[in-house]
Ligand binder design. Structure first.
Ligand SMILES: C[S@@+](CC[C@H](N)C(=O)[O-])C[C@H]1O[C@@H](n2cnc3c(N)ncnc32)[C@H](O)[C@@H]1O
Length: 299
């Protein structure tokens, strides 16, 4: 994971110097293609020899910003401890929308285990199938993700990863699109919901509405990829790029996810507490409150 963080930081430094999304995308695709043979060897050694979870360039299994991991771990433990302090019985139930190869799944599950929160269950909803719209997202990287989701390689790695991390006993997979699967969860409540599925604005809004229905008062609602919030951006620019997975803000030179920025601000009607793109709020039963995280291990 530390090499993942170093590569991420290096990429951030390069991005700041090249304020053109097409050049950055081409460079990133080139890097991924060149790193592929090394990624494959590392994947084989990690999964077959060391029998450890693998997240790297192979199958694009390292998704998102690795600096968020300590934050999502802190958030889930904070939520579980608050529940314990409320004296609530029964298992702590966490739900994730969008699991890919299991990086966030494992982060949540191991954080809960380390904090000795028991019993708990971690549900992951994901179709593990091609979902990225190739017209608005024509990059090689996205085409490869779609291919490896459609041929089952990503799901196989997810299963292998949660077994290697020794959390498969507490993980439950719900295979299907959130818009089809979540409405089936009637009469169920979750303590913690993490939204990281399809990033198109309508899809994020739909997931947030379902998450709210499933969240118990006192529970946390959170998600990924909120690098910039709508009030920091030019609304016209964001609307123009709404259907693209990522865009580069011409004013700050920062990369952000337009769909997430639009949907989150529209849903909450205000900016929310966010750290390294990971955002988190607490549902009181009447309103959402910000959640303060320590940022330990992130700087
Ligand atoms: C950015 S990845 C998730 C990354 C993961 N949380 C991690 O930390 O590595 C997005 C995931 O959302 C899933 N997805 C796409 N559309 C979805 C939908 N309609 N419902 C649920 N999941 C969806 C994709 O299959 C993909 O695995």
């Amino acid at each position: 994971m530390s090499s993942e963080k170093s590569i991420y930081r290096l990429k951030q430094a390069i991005m700041r110097r090249i304020p053109d999304i097409r050049v950055l995308s081409a460079l990133d695709d080139m890097y991924r293609l060149m790193a592929m043979p090394f990624g494959w060897v590392t994947y084989l050694i990690t999964t077959r020899v060391l029998r450890r979870p693998y997240f790297g360039v192979w199958l694009a299994s390292a998704q998102g910003n690795p600096l968020r991991h300590p934050l999502i771990a802190e958030a889930v433990v904070k939520c579980a401890k608050a529940r314990r302090a409320e004296g609530l019985d029964g298992e702590f139930r966490a739900l994730e929308i969008g699991a890919y190869a299991g990086a966030s799944t494992i982060e949540f599950a191991t954080a809960l285990r380390t904090a000795q929160i028991a019993p708990y269950l971690m549900y992951s909803v994901d179709p593990w199938d091609a979902y990225l719209d190739a017209i608005n997202n024509p990059r090689i990287h996205y085409r490869m993700m779609n291919r490896d989701l459609a041929n089952g390689n990503v799901l196989r790695l997810f299963v292998r990863n949660i077994r290697a991390a020794m959390v498969s006993d507490v993980c439950r997979q719900i295979r299907g699109r959130s818009e089809e699967m979540l409405p089936l969860l009637q009469g169920q409540q979750f303590d913690f919901v993490y939204v990281d599925g399809d990033h198109a604005p309508a899809a994020v809004t739909r997931d947030l509405n379902e998450a709210q229905r499933l969240l118990r008062p006192g529970g946390y609602l959170c998600g990924d990829d909120l690098e910039m919030q709508l009030h920091e951006l030019d609304p016209e620019f964001v609307t123009k790029h709404a259907d693209e997975d990522v865009a580069l803000d011409p004013q700050s030179g920062r990369i952000f996810h337009p769909g997430v920025a639009i949907a989150v601000e529209q849903f909450f009607g205000r900016p929310v507490s966010s750290y390294q793109g990971f955002w988190v709020v607490r549902w009181t039963g009447e309103k959402y409150e910000d959640v303060v995280l320590s940022l330990n291990g992130v700087a």
